[in-house]
Structure formats: C-alpha cells, structure tokens
Design a binder for this molecule. Structure first.
Ligand SMILES: *Cc1c(COP(=O)(O)O)cnc(C)c1O
Length: 223
C-alpha cells in the first residue's frame, strides 16, 4: 500500500503551526514508501528493528534523520551508532553506558530520550521517576550522550481521559527533570518530549508533546 499523501499534508500543516516534529514510523514498510514521503519533504523517520533500520539507511538518502524507537539491546548499539540521529527508548544505565562507549569510538555524540513508563499495562518498557532521577545523575560521566528529553507511550485504551492524564503526568515529569538537568549542566536545557502516536497524537500535543511518532495513519495498517 502506498503512503497517504493527503493525510501527510494535513498532519504536517497542523504540526508546523504548533512547532511539533513528525517522526514518520516506517517499520515493516518498504523503502519505496519512505522515498515517497522523503520526496514530499519528510526527513525524520522512525524504526523499531535494528536489522531493518540498517538495511533501509544503506539505500536511502544520507540526510534522513533516523530515529530508533524500539527496544534496544546493548549488544546491538554498535550497529546503530554510526548513523542514528536519536535513540528514543533508553531505559537502563547499561544501555546508556554502551551508547556512550560506542559514540566515543565513532567520534560522535548521540542524542537520546529516556523512556518513562506511564501506561497501565505492565508489559511496556520504561523508567519510573526514581530510576529516571538516578540516570540523570550519571550523565556527567557519559560525555558522548546528549540527553534531549523524555519519551513515553500511553495506555492502549479508548478512554481519552486516561490517555490525557498519562500524557499530563509525563509532561509534568519532563518539566521536573528539565530543572534537574539544567542544574547539572548550567546553560543547557532539555528540548524534546516525544509522545503521541496515530491514535492519540492530538491529545499528546494538547498536553505538551513536541515530537510525535506516527506510523499507520501515514503508511496504512501494519500486518
Ligand atoms: C509502532 C510505533 C509507533 C507508531 O504507531 P502507530 O500507531 O502506527 O502510529 C510509535 N511509537 C512506537 C514506539 C512504536 O513502536
């Protein structure tokens, strides 16, 4: 199935007015779909699987910003670090340390988002507030990590109030963490709050998101 260009144009107009970045989530979709959106001006693409993002970046234009939004295992970090633009799902010190180590080897600084657990479901990955504070305190020892902000996924539910409350909590946490971060790195600030997907991005933006990750609305449903 091809990309829905009408929806793409509507969403990008909506987002430009609000200064929200669109990450087009192209997992499982062919490179021809990505190229189609690229030709319409889209540059930020998100992928969940290491093998897939490697294969795609090898054949697509070099100025694409590749966002890794899946759950990343430490032993795969080395494959991403040479080209990845931002890693969204970081939720352990082990992973953070390995990203820093590989980034140093590649003479890069890697932008990361820490993933926070905000949903009701037990299965979703992510940190709680205490773990988040702990990770923030390790950052001075990880010079090749550039913490940009937080990422979270709301519960999978039709109840908008639940989703809204979860996003609201994440935004409040983001503000708190930003103060902590600025205290450690005077003059620096977090910039990115990645929350909102196809089903809930409007609520996420109302609650303060400035980066949304949209897959199925743009590329059609995945198998
Ligand atoms: C797949 C995925 C998305 C996109 O989901 P859609 O509902 O298709 O928009 C966003 N974020 C993450 C972390 C994902 O895994």
């Amino acid at each position: 199935m091809a990309v829905n260009e009408i929806v793409f144009k509507q969403i990008t107009e909506e987002l430009d007015a609000k200064h929200v970045t669109l990450v087009a989530v192209s997992k499982t979709k062919p490179v021809t779909d990505i190229q189609q959106l690229y030709d319409l001006g889209q540059r930020d693409f998100g992928e969940n699987y290491v093998q897939e993002i490697i294969e795609k970046q090898a054949v697509l234009p070099p100025d694409i910003h590749w966002h890794f939004i899946g759950h990343l295992q430490s032993n795969k970090v080395k494959y991403l670090v040479p080209f990845v633009y931002m890693i969204h799902g970081v939720d352990s010190l082990k992973l953070l340390k390995e990203i820093d180590r590989q980034a140093l080897k590649n003479n890069r600084t890697i932008s990361v988002l820490l993933q926070v657990h905000i949903a009701m479901e037990e299965t979703k990955f992510g940190l709680d507030e205490e773990e988040l504070n702990e990770l923030i305190s390790t950052l001075p020892g990880l010079p090749n990590i550039a913490l940009k902000g937080l990422m979270g996924m709301a519960s999978f539910t039709d109840d908008d109030d639940i989703v809204r409350n979860e996003f609201r909590r994440l935004k409040a946490l983001y503000e708190k963490i930003n103060v902590l971060y600025a205290a450690q790195f005077p003059g620096s600030q977090l910039t990115t709050l990645s929350m909102g997907m196809s089903a809930d991005y409007r609520i996420a933006i109302e609650e303060g998101s400035n980066m949304i990750r949209i897959g199925s609305l743009l590329f059609g449903v995945r198998n």
